[in-house]
Design a protein around this ligand. Structure first.
Ligand SMILES: [Zn+2]
Length: 506
């Protein structure tokens, strides 16, 4: 009985690791039939190792295990090299092979001591061969570190040249000093997401269908990543989120560690030299070194990446996000001592039970909106003509305000409940004041590309701008937050059958 329980105790984690590995491979685009075959062989080998009896008579067991195990071993190596392999892994792989050879050498020497005569001599020869191979692989590992590092530095140096050229290109603007609060949307590249994760997180059958389609169909799209610069006459230069950084987008292999690389796509982020945060600030007449405050809506990497260029800034974020843990600590390395956690003790704000009046003058109000992450917050900025509400990832796009029809995927449980609460509070806030304008981090509709871009072209939102943005909002959404015809997102598969799809609004 205990023996059976022990084996089940081994089987469950083995199958769990196997399942995670299969999901990783699926996310990396391995076709489903291949994964099913590989998964069955994998499960068969694990069960066969734990319960050899199921493989038939004793005489044939070894052969059956080899029949299952050899394709699994070769398949694992092949799949790793084909879809997960990174050049930066080469030194690690060589070092692992070296360690295996040296372990084998040690084992052989232990046996030599017991064996005598001819057999002993044979074992000694083998041990020397294995030891030599181990040493050679170790040396190769060391040399490859150097090569890989040199290649990385070349790519980064080329990027630096491209960015310098983008800063100097014609069309940059002079900074306009004084007067009104200015807000500049900053498009820091694009990110690849699955359509279901972005739009399909609904309840019931539609939601389930979204999950399955995401995993099996792997319907992918790209969406923009927006950060926002605020030039405030009293409070200086501030950012709401910081977007993606150059290394994340263009030096993926070197930037992420091995585990992170397993879970992210190499081309997860796309960025042209002109989209780099430092380049865009320079072209607006500012310098990244002047930013005094960053309001970080949440810790995710497409919002925190730019922190790498802002070591002097105070980073205001919800303590719960920081304590819950940062998946990619690299972005925070330079600012982890400059964090400031709001107490959210300024009382209720509209439908929000808690808020933080950050400067004490009503100019910036922080609103807790957990759900997308445990400590997500939205930021309300007061302007002369009205206010802007920075959504972060609580609602990705304007159509996401219709939360019953369009919704991002959440983990479920309390996260989903909080997310829905936050969305309703935002709906309430927007309905209560026609002078509040929402600004999104990933809006891929005409709302951002045409209306927001032109309303904020000079940085100052005037009354006409507020009216135009709200009129567009009313043309997309009914007063009870449903989408009007012509605005429901649909996935459009890629024309060639492979690659990225797009979104059509109908
Ligand atoms: Zn995001």
């Amino acid at each position: 009985m205990l023996k059976i329980l022990g084996k089940i105790g081994l089987l469950v984690p083995a199958l769990a690791v196997g399942a995670v590995w299969l999901v990783v491979l699926r996310l990396k685009g391995v076709p489903v039939p291949l994964l099913v075959t590989y998964g069955l062989l994998l499960a068969g080998s694990v069960v066969g190792l734990l319960w050899p009896g199921v493989l038939g008579r004793r005489a044939t067991r070894g052969r059956v295990l080899a029949f299952l195990g050899v394709p699994v071993g070769l398949g694992t190596l092949g799949l790793y090299l084909a879809v997960v392999y990174y050049v930066t892994d080469l030194p690690v792989l060589l070092a692992l092979a070296a360690a295996a050879c040296l372990t084998w050498t040690a084992a052989l020497f232990l046996r030599v001591r017991r064996a005598a005569g001819d057999r002993g001599a044979r074992q000694t020869r083998r041990a020397f061969l294995a030891g030599g191979a181990g040493l050679a692989l170790g040396v190769l590992s060391g040399l490859s570190v150097d090569q890989v590092e040199r290649r990385r530095r070349e790519v980064l140096a080329r990027g630096e040249q491209e960015r310098q050229a983008a800063v100097r290109a014609p069309g940059g603007r002079r900074r306009i000093a004084g007067g009104a609060v200015r807000v500049f949307p900053i498009h820091t590249g694009d990110t690849v997401v699955t359509y279901g994760q972005f739009y399909g997180g609904l309840d019931g059958w539609e939601g389930l269908n979204g999950y399955v389609r995401t995993l099996v169909g792997k319907a992918q799209i790209t969406v923009p990543v927006h950060a926002y610069l605020i030039d405030h006459p009293r409070h200086g230069l501030m950012l709401v989120d910081t977007g993606v950084n150059w290394e994340q987008a263009r030096d993926h292999d070197g930037y992420y560690d091995m585990t992170s690389r397993l879970l992210t796509e190499r081309d997860e982020y796309r960025m042209s030299p002109g989209q780099d945060l430092r380049v865009q600030l320079a072209r607006l007449g500012y310098d990244a070194k002047e930013i005094s405050t960053v309001f970080l809506t949440h810790v995710h990497d497409d919002h925190a990446g730019g922190l790498r260029y802002l070591p002097q800034a105070t980073v205001v974020m919800d303590r719960r996000d920081w304590e819950h843990g940062v998946l990619y600590p690299y972005s925070f390395a330079l600012v982890k001592d400059n964090l400031s956690f709001p107490a959210f003790d300024s009382g209720a704000f509209g439908a929000f039970p808690a808020s933080q009046d950050h400067f004490g003058d009503g100019s910036v109000i922080l609103l807790p909106t957990p759900g997308h992450s445990p400590g997500h917050m939205c930021v309300l900025l007061r302007l002369d003509a009205g206010s802007v509400l920075f959504m972060g990832d609580t609602l990705y796009t304007l159509p996401h305000l219709a939360v019953d029809q369009v919704r991002q995927m959440t983990i479920g449980g309390a996260d989903t409940i909080h997310q829905m609460e936050a969305a309703r509070r935002i709906q309430n806030l927007l309905a209560s004041d026609p002078r509040i304008v929402p600004l999104f981090a990933h809006d891929n509709t005409r709302y951002h590309s045409d209306l927001v871009a032109s309303a904020f072209a000079q940085g100052v939102l005037d009354e006409d701008g507020v009216r135009e943005l709200r009129t567009h909002m009313e043309a997309v959404l009914t007063p009870d937050w449903r989408l009007r015809p012509g605005h429901t997102p649909r996935f459009v598969p890629p024309a060639s059958g492979t690659g990225l799809g797009s979104v059509d609004f109908r």
